[in-house]
Ligand binder design. Structure first.
Ligand SMILES: C[S@@+](CC[C@H](N)C(=O)[O-])C[C@H]1O[C@@H](n2cnc3c(N)ncnc32)[C@H](O)[C@@H]1O
Length: 290
């Protein structure tokens, strides 16, 4: 368990650390209020109900990132008093959001990168009878007993995990009977999968984003759910609502410059495949069968 946010050096690099988090942590440590506003809480794409109203400011992006997180946790049908695991919790933004919106919760964040947990730990203050715990570990080999949680969330991180099937099996194991797994992911249409899963796509993404496997179509997810003991509860494609993320990322790219940064071409390509809906951004929820 992480207890003192300042107990370890922030230059720790362990298995599972990702290049974009190395950059982000370094820039945040130097004190960048604009980056802190945009990515100090959530590190994921934004959701705009009306994408035409996006104004490319860090404030607007932070609101959109919070809205995306809320859409994922709403899919898990949460209620006061539940125990919730946020797998791949980043800087704890989703835990913070749950802490602000529910009471009497047991909120647990799991992350493979200890530096992120240290940052989260310094910011999270439990309220209204909530308890918050942060654990270091792999979402595919969780340090939790069976049937420990009412819900498991994974906001925009499953593509980094060692395997989706291993994660689904672990999520099922740690969920109580009737529990819900809710996640967001980049989900290619069948005809786009050969490109999204190609070596070319990996070469575009890996220098900045590390290992990303964008190879699960909706059909694959439905099969995975069935084969691991879940029934599908919710499927929502919000790709068009996330598109303003790309111009915002380009706008702040000067803060993430360097040989490893995501090139503009890659960013435009991702924006257009999202707009054309070849690469969907989906919120999916699954109900654990008893
Ligand atoms: C795009 S970030 C999303 C962070 C957070 N869910 C959010 O929405 O702000 C992906 C996260 O997955 C975490 N991650 C990657 N591989 C992991 C693993 N095997 N187990 C647990 N967390 C992992 C990363 O450290 C990072 O925090």
């Amino acid at each position: 368990m992480i207890s003192d946010p300042r107990s370890e050096s922030t230059i720790f690099r362990g298995p599972g650390t990702l290049p974009y988090f190395d950059l982000l942590l370094e820039r945040l440590d130097r004190g960048r209020p604009d980056l802190d506003l945009a990515f100090g809480r959530h590190v994921h794409w934004g959701y705009w109900a009306d994408p035409r109203r996006a104004d490319r400011s860090p404030q607007d992006f932070a609101r959109a990132a919070e809205a995306l997180s809320q859409r994922v946790w709403r899919a898990a049908l949460l209620k006061d008093g539940m125990s919730v695991l946020d797998a791949g919790c980043g800087f704890g933004g989703t835990i913070a959001s749950l802490n602000e919106n529910f009471q009497g919760m047991e909120l647990v964040g799991l992350n493979i990168d200890r530096r992120q947990l240290e940052r989260a730990c310094g910011k999270l203050v439990p309220r209204a009878g909530n308890r918050i715990r942060l654990e270091e570990g792999d979402a595919c080999a969780m340090p939790f007993p069976d049937a420990a949680f009412d819900a498991v969330l994974a906001v925009e991180c499953i593509f980094h995990f060692p395997g989706r099937e291993a994660f689904f099996r672990e999520a099922r194991r740690v969920l109580k009977p009737g529990g819900i797994l809710a996640l967001s992911d980049f989900v290619p249409k069948g005809y786009f999968r050969p490109l999204s899963a190609s070596r070319f796509a990996r070469r575009m993404l890996e220098p900045l984003f590390g290992t990303c496997r964008m190879d699960h179509t909706l059909k694959d997810y439905r099969r995975l759910g069935r084969e691991t003991g879940f029934v599908s509860l919710w499927e929502e494609d919000i790709a068009r609502n996330t598109v303003p993320t790309y111009p915002f990322l380009r706008r702040i790219q000067r803060d993430l410059t360097g040989a490893e940064s995501w090139n503009k071409l890659g960013s435009y390509a991702a924006q257009w495949v999202s707009r054309f809906n070849w690469l969907r951004y989906m919120i999916l929820a699954f109900h654990k069968l008893d």
